[in-house]
Design a protein around this ligand. Structure first.
Ligand SMILES: Cc1ncc(COP(=O)(O)O)c(C=O)c1O
Length: 565
């Protein structure tokens, strides 16, 4: 009898264990299904693979024919490269000299210089095509370097430059003038802040505002508040989306520690909605509306442009539909929906991405341009979510400070910026915004097509990216041809071109002419030569093979191995 009871208990426990296991398995499979198939969708694996990638580089011999181009094509490329090299050395002499002087002591500069092109080509490019890091003036849509060269600015100062540099010179100066009497007093507020919160509340459609020093900090605070109020642990971000460099929103490559309370899910996906519907530990969903240009893709940078696989295409209606469904689900599940508009806020519409896509979020972050030229992060939110303490639990607080938050100069310049948004001249810039930028992109694409150049642009309003239509290993060279034509790009090269809204038709025409000229020169110099059997897949395969060979061969004897020298 006793033995029978013991067996019964044993079987019961076994059944419970199996049921628990099956349940856990089901949950795990559901999570796996909601992850994007790319490496960016699998943070842990990506980090592991990244640590496996060995350094190697192409010596001069291989540099011009890493795609096995014939000798005449390699010679053509070499001649074009050396012509550019001479031009860079003479035209950018002073700018380069200054850059070389500080390079050893500015860590950020070393990083950006190292990651302009795929690493296999890096050293040779840096030796011959120095990218000067200094500029000394801006005017209209142009910036000028230390040699007096003027460039059309396509860097957009990481997105800060929305209305044109001269506009920000004004907001910075007037902002400073308005708070001059107070100076750097921190803690108490300058009265200008009252108008800022009123305007930001109207723009965001939300009740309360907090100020921070950067977009990253604003996002940190948004997530912290969501966790505090929901008492749940996990944040959801979508594959490829950038939300600043705080660890929790940047799992995977670039962050030395794992982000254990972050789910990276597939963007625009039913599988992700299914997961959101069933998990109880999700505090918030972070949305960077820029991802609509390349859902699930990381920020496109030329350092990873080893083939022509970069894809981008923006469909406003489809994305609005997705965001609305996400909104509805977050409401249903009490998940905090955070729009991270640090980059796109004010760029797509006066009311930001919320207005543009017709979706009201619970928390919204802004940054970059809203500082009127000074550094800032802003969080706007629903009253119940912004509260940092509980009336009934005085010790249970959600702490957030920051010495320079609400700095008088930033508040002054911000107010000048926000006031400008209400002027007829600025309203005029926003009129038919998408139509204007779409038409410009189409016009450029038509010209590139007519000349059979293997380049096309894709855009989300004034944010553009360059795509390549012929499989090639050398697309990253285009950034150097563009610079030679007087177009300034940021360190991520052709991955992102950011226009300020004050680009006139004639400014744009000049940019388009130079862009086509650069692509034409690159084509004439043979960089886009292609063996008919080459595909993006075959290029990727070849690169992976090279890495594997390097990893398992001469690494110990040759710490900086060189191919085909
Ligand atoms: C969407 C988004 N969120 C957050 C950040 C971080 O802002 P910051 O660089 O001011 O810290 C950025 C910066 O590019 C961004 O694009």
């Amino acid at each position: 009898m006793e033995t029978g009871a013991t067996a019964l208990v044993f079987y019961g426990l076994g059944a419970v264990a199996i049921a628990a296991f099956l349940l856990a398995l089901r949950r795990r499979l559901q999570l796996s299904r909601a992850k994007h198939g790319s490496l960016a969708g699998h943070a842990r694996i990506a980090r592991r693979i990244a640590s496996f990638v060995p350094f190697y580089e192409y010596g001069e011999g291989r540099f011009f024919c890493s795609d096995n181009a014939p000798a005449d094509i390699a010679a053509l490329r070499r001649a074009g490269f050396m012509r550019l090299s001479t031009l860079y050395a003479t035209r950018f002499r002073e700018t380069n000299r200054h850059t070389a002087e500080v390079l050893d002591t500015i860590s950020d500069l070393q990083f950006t210089q190292a990651y302009r092109v795929p690493f296999q080509y890096g050293r040779f490019v840096r030796q011959h095509l120095e990218s000067g890091a200094f500029v000394e003036s801006s005017e209209g849509v142009m910036i000028a370097d230390l040699d007096g060269n003027r460039f059309y600015d396509l860097t957009g100062s990481y997105g800060v430059n929305l209305l044109g540099y001269d506009c920000y010179k004004g907001t910075m100066e007037r902002g400073l003038a308005r708070v001059r009497e107070l100076g750097p007093v921190l803690g108490p507020y300058h009265p200008v802040i009252a108008d800022n919160v009123k305007r930001l509340s109207r723009i965001s459609g939300l009740d309360e505002i907090s100020f921070h020093m950067s977009g990253t900090e604003a996002v940190m605070q948004a997530v912290r508040l969501a966790r505090y109020h929901t008492r749940r642990s996990h944040l959801v971000r979508f594959c490829g989306a950038y939300h600043g460099w705080w660890g929790d929103v940047q799992p995977g490559i670039g962050n030395p520690v794992p982000a254990r309370e972050t789910y990276t899910l597939k963007d625009v996906s039913e599988d992700s909605l299914r997961l959101l519907r069933t998990r109880r530990n999700i505090a918030c969903v972070l949305v960077n509306p820029l991802q609509a240009l390349h859902p699930n893709g990381g920020a496109p940078a030329d350092s990873s442009l080893v083939d022509s696989g970069r894809r981008a295409r923006f469909d406003r209606e489809a994305h609005a539909d997705w965001l609305k469904r996400l909104r509805a689900l977050c409401t249903e599940r009490n998940i905090v929906l955070i729009f991270d508009e640090v980059f796109v806020g004010f760029r797509l519409a006066l009311g930001g991405a919320q207005e543009y896509f017709g979706v009201q979020a619970d928390l919204v972050t802004y940054g970059k341009t809203v500082g009127g030229g000074f550094p800032v992060g802003v969080l706007c939110g629903r009253k119940d979510l912004m509260k940092r303490f509980r009336d009934d639990r005085p010790a249970d607080i959600c702490f957030a400070r920051g010495t320079f938050n609400s700095h008088p100069v930033v508040m002054g310049a911000m107010n000048e910026f926000l006031q400008l948004l209400d002027t007829p001249e600025i309203h005029e810039l926003y009129r038919n915004l998408d139509a204007r930028w779409n038409e410009r992109a189409e016009r450029l694409n038509k010209r590139l097509c007519e000349e059979s150049l293997p380049v096309q642009v894709a855009n989300m309003s004034s944010i553009w990216t360059v795509c390549y239509t012929r499989p090639s290993r050398y697309n990253w060279m285009l950034q150097y041809y563009l610079r030679a034509e007087g177009l300034a790009l940021s360190w991520i090269g052709t991955g992102r071109l950011i226009f300020s809204l004050n680009y006139s038709d004639s400014d744009f025409e000049a940019v388009a002419n130079r862009f086509v000229a650069a692509a034409r020169a690159m084509e004439q110099d043979g960089w886009w030569w292609r063996n008919p059997s080459t595909t993006n897949q075959s290029i990727k395969r070849d690169v992976i093979k090279e890495m594997i060979v390097r990893r398992f061969s001469t690494l110990r004897d040759h710490p900086r191995p060189t191919l085909g020298n």
